[in-house]
Design a protein. Structure first.
Length: 124
């Protein structure tokens, strides 16, 4: 679980700021789905092992949509950030970026890396 020190609003703000650093445009629906997925995963890292079985259905339910739309919107937001985002931030987080010619991280890898960073940065 998330620490006593970091409230859910603080975690959401931290994730939003970091996603903007990565270049995820806030006008995309996937931005909101991705933020929710990262916040949920930061609170329970077990979710990253079951992205399609647990995480996407949870995000879909709270947003009154289906799993396929959640997955596609998140994938689109990640693609946009990968192509237009700051390569230095990607290098720091993933060890590679689009500038180095690498393929973009998968949805689950992207979510897991950011959730882990959030979890580590905001723990006691």
């Amino acid at each position: 679980m998330m620490t006593k020190k970091a409230t859910e609003a603080q975690v959401e703000r931290y994730v939003s700021d970091f996603m903007l650093e990565l270049g995820v445009p806030a006008h995309l629906r996937g931005y909101y789905y991705l933020r929710e997925a990262i916040v949920l995963t930061a609170g329970d890292m077990e979710l990253v092992g079951s992205v399609t079985k647990l995480l996407y259905p949870c995000v879909a339910k709270t947003n009154h949509t289906n799993v396929q739309r959640v997955e596609r919107a998140i994938r689109n937001a990640i693609e946009v950030s990968w192509e237009r985002g700051n390569p230095a931030v990607f290098e720091d987080l993933f060890g590679y970026s689009s500038a180095s010619g690498a393929v973009r991280p998968t949805n689950s890898e992207y979510i897991a890396r950011i959730a882990d960073k959030v979890h580590m940065d905001l723990k006691d």
